[in-house]
Design a protein around this ligand. Structure first.
Ligand code: C2E
Ligand code: MG
Ligand code: MG
Length: 579
């Protein structure tokens, strides 16, 4: 017998009848097979695992693991390996049972002519080859189905026209956000509807409409704010999901701006506008579907107003945004319109209540508006927009000029403190600006104190230390404002060229009763004494607080108990009353 090239080459023979086994083995070896043998079911399985033969011939009746056990075990390991049973004459029905359990065929004993083995092996080989072909075909088919499924899934996830994520993928991104986010930050869902798509479709045809959608998608993709995700919900609806709450107004403006340049379609220029509807997670809904529904309601509202409009699902958020945008626009013109001015709040010596300094506080009185806007409402806008750098320079200069104007009038020269925001501190040119203002106004550097917040100073980066040292070299005093609210590292603190710590007014407020607040005040005092710093308590409102702080050894006090922040004429009057 010759072995065809694709046919099995190694055969395992399992039989406890040594004589029969040997003659089978000898016959097969003569026929050119590589043969393994085993004298029990158990040994056969071990051989099978070690040698992985292409075919197994096994006796049916064996002590221990019999032929049926072998068939079952091999079928479980490797269903494609043919197993042929060698059964005694009396056990044919059992042999048939093994075929049901996975045996491929059976031969009955006694084997008079070993050629029968050849026939069985040939038959089994044919089936194995067939099976292999079928299996390959099946695998190819399965692969095709999987590919199609993947493509279908992709089609559900990505818009075929613009390549943007669609509802399914947006939902996954949304779920990811909800699972991962610290919900301190809102998620804005902005639905955008092009005002002109219908008329483009009508006048230029649907192909032009599609081109427009692709062009809009491209602009959105390229120019969206970095924290935004853009998707498409079919028709002319685009979705923008944004996680940064402070940037939503910028995002709305950016969206409108990115549509502003004309689109070129079929050789002609086209101006496109859009309406926007905004819903906010978790305020307006917990699921993406409900948020989209609400953003859609807001969108309808916006469209009622005309083209190029936007609306918030909840009016309260809309109002907040409008106020914010009006304020921002107002602040852009506030400097040139002279709408800023400074008030000065005295700092007094704790022992004598004599004025020893003053803090310049920025005020904004918008034109056409009866009331001042609180610093808490406009300073963050100045910071976010970077306008604080220019406004801060103005504050510094104005405060120094004011100080110089008063300096000649009274003998005990107070010093002037100016607040410096993080943005200003990190803007890079602060030491140069301070140096220039010192030169221009002629103020003695020692009379100028810069109030920095803990968070600014505690960024342990070499640049922070370098700026602090540059300022120190100019001779100005450096103070840490609102001390105790941040996370000052003592080790870092002692390496900084500071002059003063201002205990935050939230601690002073708890005095005299608050035990924790008192403990904090005491520890700040002992820390400051060790570092040779002046301690100022802010927000002193009652005589009891003033007395307690003085008794604890606080050096200077500031607060309504002594004086509110005052306009220059009133401050001057206060100074003139000083003994
Ligand atoms: P701050 O530097 O801690 O200023 C002290 C704040 O406490 C001032 O509020 C002052 O009016 C208020 N205050 C003083 N005494 C008392 C008191 O006894 N009780 C209470 N409840 N409050 C008292 P204001 O003027 O509203 O300023 C708030 C914050 O705005 C300032 O806190 C400062 O961080 C910032 N700010 C003010 N002016 C400027 C500025 O020119 N530049 C920068 N970057 N920030 C400024
Ligand atoms: Mg301050
Ligand atoms: Mg403060």
């Amino acid at each position: 017998m010759t072995i065809p090239p694709h046919h099995p080459q190694s055969i395992l023979v399992i039989d406890d009848d040594a004589a029969l086994r040997r003659s089978i083995v000898a016959y097969l070896q003569d026929s050119g097979f590589q043969v393994h043998e085993a004298d029990s079911g158990e040994a056969g399985l071990r051989q099978f695992d070690a040698a992985r033969p292409d075919l197994v011939l096994t006796d049916l009746m064996m002590p221990g693991l019999d032929g049926l056990g072998v068939v079952t075990a091999i079928h479980a390991r490797s269903p494609e390996t043919p197993v042929v049973i060698i059964s005694g004459n009396g056990s044919v029905s059992y042999a048939i049972e093994t075929v049901r359990k996975g045996a491929w065929d059976y031969i009955t004993k006694p084997i008079h002519d070993f050629a029968v083995l050849e026939q069985v092996i040939a038959k089994v080989n044919e089936r194995a080859a067939e099976l292999l072909t079928t299996r390959r075909r099946q695998e190819a088919l399965e692969q095709t189905v999987a590919d199609q499924g993947h493509r279908l899934q992709q089609m559900e996830r990505l818009d075929p026209l613009t390549g943007l994520p669609m509802r399914q993928q947006l939902r996954e991104l949304f779920d990811g956000f909800v699972r991962s986010a610290d919900h301190a930050c809102d998620l804005f869902i902005i639905l955008m509807d092009l005002d002109n798509l219908k008329s483009v479709n009508k006048t230029l045809g649907h192909e032009a409409g599609d081109q427009l959608l692709v062009a809009v998608a491209e602009r959105l993709r390229q120019h969206k704010p970095p924290t935004a995700t853009v998707g498409r919900l079919g028709a002319d609806h685009f979705v923008i999901m944004m996680t940064d709450c402070r940037e939503v107004h910028t995002c709305i403006q950016a969206l409108r701006q990115l549509l502003a340049p004309p689109f070129t379609l079929q050789g002609s220029e086209l101006f496109i506008t859009a309406c926007l509807g905004v819903a906010v997670f978790p305020h307006d809904g917990e699921s993406l579907d409900s948020l989209l529904q609400h953003a859609n309601a807001a969108l309808s509202q916006a469209k009622l107003l005309g083209s190029n409009r936007y609306a918030f699902y909840s009016s309260e958020l809309g109002d907040r945004l409008r106020t914010r945008m009006t304020r921002e626009a107002g602040l852009h013109r506030a400097l040139e319109r002279n709408e800023f001015f400074l008030e000065y709040q005295p700092k007094v010596l704790a022992k004598s209540s004599a004025i020893c300094g003053m803090e310049a506080l920025l005020r904004w009185q918008p034109f056409h508006q009866p009331e001042l806007v609180s610093p808490a409402d406009f300073i963050p806008i100045l910071e976010e927009t970077g306008m604080i750098v220019e406004v801060g320079r103005w504050v510094l200069e104005t405060a120094c000029r004011q100080f110089m104007a008063w300096q000649g009038l009274f003998r005990p020269l107070p010093q002037v403190s100016v607040n410096i925001s993080a943005i200003q501190f990190n803007a890079g040119d602060l030491p140069a600006t301070v140096a220039r203002i010192i030169a221009q106004t002629g103020i003695t550097p020692d009379c100028l104190c810069l109030e920095l917040t803990e968070s600014v100073v505690m960024q342990e980066i070499p640049q922070t230390m370098a700026t602090l040292h540059d300022l120190q070299k100019l001779g100005v005093r450096l103070s840490i404002d609102d001390f105790g609210t941040g996370y000052a590292s003592l080790n870092y603190l002692q390496r900084m060229p500071l002059s003063e710590l201002k205990i935050d007014r939230s601690f002073v407020k708890e005095l005299p009763q608050g035990k924790n607040a008192l403990a904090i005040v005491q520890s700040v005092l002992s820390l400051a004494t060790n570092l040779g710093l002046t301690v100022v308590a802010e927000g002193v409102e009652t005589p009891e607080q003033a007395a307690l702080l003085a008794a604890q050894g606080c050096h200077e006090l500031q607060g309504f108990h002594f004086s509110r922040p005052l306009l220059p004429p009133q401050f001057l009057q206060l100074l003139s009353l000083q003994p």
